[in-house]
Design a protein around this ligand. Structure first.
Ligand SMILES: Nc1ncnc2c1ncn2[C@@H]1O[C@H](COP(=O)(O)OP(=O)(O)OP(=O)(O)O)[C@@H](O)[C@H]1O
Ligand SMILES: [Mg+2]
Length: 422
C-alpha cells in the first residue's frame, strides 16, 4: 500500500516513524531512569532512618523521633502494623491508593518486623508533572517531525516535479532550447534530466527526418506529376483515336489521384491529433457519385453487380481527399475479395456502408485487419495489408468510426459513421 502513496507522503511517513521510534525510546528511558533512581535513593534513605530509630529510640525504649510525614510500626503491641500494610515483602514498596501515596520500608530482625511508612504525595505529584512534560515533548517531536518531513519532502521532490513538468511540455521546447540537464545539479535528478535530453534529442531528430522525408517526397513528386498531367492535357489536344483518348484520360485521372494521395499523406503526417484541415470540401453524395463511377465500371467488368443506394442525403461537408481515399480503399477491397454476387454502396444519414457478397472476414480476424501489414487468412493477390490501416488512421484523425460485420449467408459490410452529432 505504501508503494502507491506519493513520494513526498512516503518521506513524511518515514520521518514520523523514525521520530516515534527515537523519541519514544528516549521517553521510555527517562521514565525508567526516574523510577530506578527514585527507588534506589528512597530505599537508602529509609534504611538509614529505620536503622537510626532502632538504634537510638527503640533500644532506649523511647518513642521514635520522626518528622510528621513518617510513621513507625513494628510487629509488637506498642506500634502495631496497620491491616493495609500487612504482608508486604521486606525492602521498599511503593503504595498508591486513591487518597494517598506512600513508601513502605520493611525490615525483619530476629523474627520482629519493623516498618517505616513515609507519605510521598508531593513527590508523586512532581513525578506526574515530569511524565506529562515527557509525553508533551514526545507529541511535540512527532508534530515537529511531520512539519519538517513535509518541508523536506517538498524540497527533495521539487526538482523531480519540475523535471516532470518540463518533460510533459517537452513539445514546447524547440530544438534550439537549452538542454534540461543544464538546470539541475549533477545528482540523480540531473542524471534523469540528461537521460531525457538524449531521448528527446533522438525523438526530435527522427521527427525532423520524417517531416523532411514527407515534404521532400511530396515536393519532388509534385513536379513529375504536374508534367504527366500537362502532357496528358497536351496529348488530348492532338488528334487521337477513341481508344487512345480513353487511355490518355485514364493516365490523367491517375496522375490527379496521385497528386491527391501525396496531399493526403502530407496532411496525415502534419495534422497530428485531429483538427480541421484547410482546403476544399465536398459532400458525401458528391464523392460517392465520383467513386461509384470510377469503381462501378471495374466491378461490372469483373462480372459482379454494382449498386449505389441513397437511404438519406446529408449536406455535411468533408475533406474530399480523405473521404475519397477511405471510400476507394473499401471499394477496392470489396471488388478484390468478391468473386460472385455484387457490391453495394449505401449512403446513410451520418455515413455510408459498403456491402459485398464476397468471402467474408471471420470474427476472430476482424479486430486485426486494421493493423498495418495485417492480411486475412483468405487474402489473395499482392496486397500489403496497408489499405485498411490507412483507412483506420484517416477515420481516427477525422473523428469518424469504422466498423466491420460479417453478412449472411456470405460477405462483408464496412460501415463508416461521421459522428456528426458529437
Ligand atoms: N471486403 C472484404 N472481404 C473480405 N476480406 C477483406 C475485405 N476487406 C479486407 N479484407 C481482409 O482484410 C485484410 C486487410 O485488408 P487491407 O486492405 O488492409 O489489405 P490488403 O487488401 O490485403 O492489401 P492492400 O495493402 O493492397 O490494401 C485483407 O488481407 C483481407 O483478408
Ligand atoms: Mg486492400
Amino acid at each position: 500500500m505504501l508503494s502507491r502513496l506519493h513520494f513526498s507522503r512516503r518521506i513524511v511517513i518515514a520521518f514520523v516513524l523514525m521520530t516515534v521510534m527515537v523519541s519514544g525510546a528516549f521517553s521510555l528511558g527517562i521514565v525508567a531512569v526516574v523510577h530506578f533512581v527514585e527507588s534506589q535513593l528512597i530505599s537508602k534513605e529509609l534504611h538509614g532512618k529505620l536503622g537510626a530509630v532502632l538504634r537510638e529510640d527503640v533500644k532506649a525504649g523511647r518513642p521514635p523521633r520522626l518528622d510528621s510525614r513518617t510513621r513507625f510500626f513494628a510487629s509488637r503491641a506498642a506500634d502495631p502494623i496497620p491491616e493495609r500494610f500487612a504482608g508486604l515483602p521486606a525492602g521498599l514498596t511503593e503504595i498508591e491508593d486513591e487518597d494517598a501515596a506512600a513508601y513502605v520500608y520493611v525490615m525483619d530482625i530476629n523474627g520482629v518486623r519493623y516498618m517505616l511508612v513515609q507519605e510521598q504525595q508531593e513527590f508523586e505529584d512532581r513525578e506526574e508533572i515530569l511524565f506529562a512534560v515527557v509525553l508533551a515533548g514526545f507529541l511535540l517531536c512527532i508534530v515537529g517531525a511531520w512539519g519538517l518531513g513535509a518541508v523536506m519532502a517538498r524540497q527533495v521532490m521539487a526538482p523531480v516535479a519540475r523535471l516532470a513538468g518540463q518533460v510533459r511540455h517537452a513539445d514546447q521546447l524547440g530544438a534550439g532550447s537549452a538542454p534540461l540537464a543544464s538546470g539541475y545539479p549533477d545528482d540523480e535528478v540531473g542524471g534523469l534530466a540528461a537521460a531525457f535530453d538524449t531521448t528527446l534529442g533522438r525523438l526530435r531528430r527522427s521527427i525532423e527526418r520524417e517531416r523532411l522525408f514527407t515534404s521532400d517526397v511530396s515536393h519532388e513528386l509534385r513536379t513529375p506529376l504536374m508534367i504527366v498531367s500537362t502532357s496528358c492535357e497536351l496529348l488530348l489536344d492532338t488528334p487521337l483515336s477513341g481508344r487512345q483518348r480513353e487511355q490518355v484520360e485514364r493516365i490523367g485521372r491517375s496522375a490527379r489521384e496521385m497528386t491527391d494521395l501525396v496531399r493526403t499523406f502530407l496532411m496525415l503526417a502534419r495534422a497530428e491529433g485531429g483538427g480541421a484541415m484547410e482546403g476544399e470540401t465536398a459532400t458525401l453524395g458528391e464523392i460517392a457519385r465520383e467513386q461509384g463511377e470510377r469503381w462501378g465500371g471495374v466491378i461490372r467488368e469483373k462480372g459482379l453487380a454494382f449498386e449505389m443506394l441513397t437511404e438519406a442525403s446529408s449536406p455535411m461537408c468533408h475533406n474530399p481527399t480523405l473521404l475519397r481515399t477511405v471510400m476507394s480503399n473499401l471499394l477496392r477491397n470489396a471488388l478484390h475479395y468478391t468473386s460472385a454476387g455484387g457490391v453495394r454502396l449505401v449512403l446513410e444519414e451520418d455515413g455510408f456502408r459498403i456491402e459485398d457478397t464476397g468471402m467474408g472476414i471471420p470474427a476472430d480476424e476482424q479486430e486485426h485487419i486494421f493493423e498495418p501489414f495485417a492480411r486475412g487468412a483468405r487474402a489473395r493477390g499482392e496486397g500489403l495489408g496497408l489499405g485498411l490501416s490507412l483507412v483506420k488512421r484517416i477515420c481516427e484523425q477525422q473523428g469518424w468510426t469504422i466498423t466491420v460485420q460479417e453478412r449472411q449467408p456470405a460477405g462483408t459490410c464496412f460501415r463508416v459513421a461521421f459522428n456528426a452529432a458529437s
